[in-house]
Design a binder for this molecule. Structure first.
Ligand code: NAD
Length: 367
């Protein structure tokens, strides 16, 4: 089968890490009867330099023509890069917000997984970590407080600011369905997080999630208030499988969850719409401080490619090859510089970005 994959190299370490992840996709294709064709798409600072804007209409059309898009991070050093002297709508991040909107990417998935080999990097105590944890945070990405009307004005002589938190039942239903579908591919548990003791939008959230849950009898689910969820994440992270929540709660909880893994350079992410299409990217930024040095960790991007195989192309087995190869390379003691420092003391080998990509591909080729 022929599938079209958009490739956004992006800025900073983007080209280095995406090159390694693309080679992984090529390795997977060579071992199966799938044929991937690649469509390069400009986004971010490179697009500003080449076209005068962070995302062109042509780039949007190209992205829409693909089955999925793999992206490196975008943006530069926000204090020194000339991109940040431009008005906000012409800066690199404006391109990212626009592509999410153009592609209607309403469901953001960020896994938080503790690698046993990187346990020392986890800031939690051993007795809390227990057997480890493996969860995904599913955050609604195109509604809620970040997209509602906002205003700052004087009321009775006092400067007053207002942001609107609004959700309709369709927006809640479509992300809830995604969460239950994904839980079905994992350990079969959804924790829906809200603030239903205070907010009307959360009470509607709860009602709609209850309705959706009725269609997924095999999946267990619970509701949890967001303040409790923030606490439970550091008290007993092993209890979570799929955490479903709205935009702002998800923004905060997904950062908390990635922090407790201790290794953000390892964490992939996916943003999905209501088709099979998705945009896949590492959770970290473009790391301009280490760009061009061949020392970046490509694992988050390689694992994003694995999510692309699973969620957009339905290639579960091939996704698993990639994830197992990453596990194996870590088990053998290979590390890039960012995770080497966190596991010092054991016999480990420090690899460059290209060497790490190569090691992972070698394991895949043995499948
Ligand atoms: P960052 O994640 O780029 O870097 C933070 C630290 O982590 C740096 O020391 C960096 O060297 C290190 N790091 C990050 N990824 C790494 C990797 N794969 N391997 C090894 N080390 C890694 O965050 P920042 O410095 O706050 O942001 C830099 C730029 O990235 C900014 O322009 C920001 O807007 C942008 N950014 C983009 C995205 C995105 O494209 N989705 C997300 C976050 C930040």
């Amino acid at each position: 089968m022929n599938q079209r994959i958009g490739i956004i190299y992006g800025d900073g370490i983007g080209p280095e890490i995406v090159t390694e992840a693309k080679k992984v996709l090529e390795e997977v294709a060579s071992l199966s009867d799938h044929n991937f064709t690649y469509e390069e798409i400009l986004l971010g600072g490179v697009s500003i330099d080449a076209c005068g804007e962070p995302l062109t209409d042509e780039a949007v059309t190209r992205a829409k023509s693909c089955d999925a898009v793999l992206m490196g991070s975008i943006g530069g050093d926000t204090t020194t890069s000339p991109w940040y002297k431009l008005p906000p709508h012409l800066r690199p991040e404006a391109g990212l917000l626009r592509i999410r909107k153009e592609l209607n990417l309403f469901a953001n998935i960020r896994p938080a997984y503790l690698y046993q080999e990187l346990k020392e990097a986890c800031p939690l105590k051993e007795e809390i970590i227990g057997e480890g944890f493996d969860m995904v945070i599913m955050r609604e990405l195109t509604g809620g407080l970040y997209f509602g009307n906002r205003e700052t004005k004087e009321i009775d002589g006092v400067l007053t600011a207002m942001d609107t938190l609004m959700y309709n039942e369709n927006e809640i239903r479509r992300i809830a369905i995604k969460a239950f579908e994904i839980a079905g591919k994992r350990r079969g548990k959804v924790t829906s997080v809200d603030k239903a003791n205070v907010l009307d939008s959360s009470r509607l959230w709860r009602k709609v999630v209850d309705e959706v849950a009725g269609d997924y009898k095999g999946i267990s689910y619970e509701h949890m208030l967001v303040d409790n969820a923030a606490m439970q994440l550091v008290r007993n992270p092993g209890q979570f499988d799929v955490v479903l929540t709205e935009n702002m709660f998800g923004d905060i909880l997904s950062d908390e969850a990635s922090m407790i893994t201790g290794s953000i350079g390892m964490l992939p992410s996916a943003s999905l719409n209501d088709t099979k299409f998705g945009l896949y990217e590492p959770s970290h930024g473009s790391a301009p401080d280490i760009a061009g040095k061949n020392i970046a960790n490509p694992i988050a991007t390689i694992l994003s490619a694995a999510m692309l195989l699973r969620f957009s192309l339905d290639l579960d087995k091939e996704a698993q090859w990639v994830e197992e190869a990453v596990q194996q390379v870590l088990k053998e003691g290979y590390r890039t510089a960012d995770i080497y420092s966190k596991t010092a003391g054991r016999a480990l080998s420090k690899l460059s970005c290209t060497e790490m990509g190569e090691k992972i591909r070698k394991h895949i080729s043995r499948k």
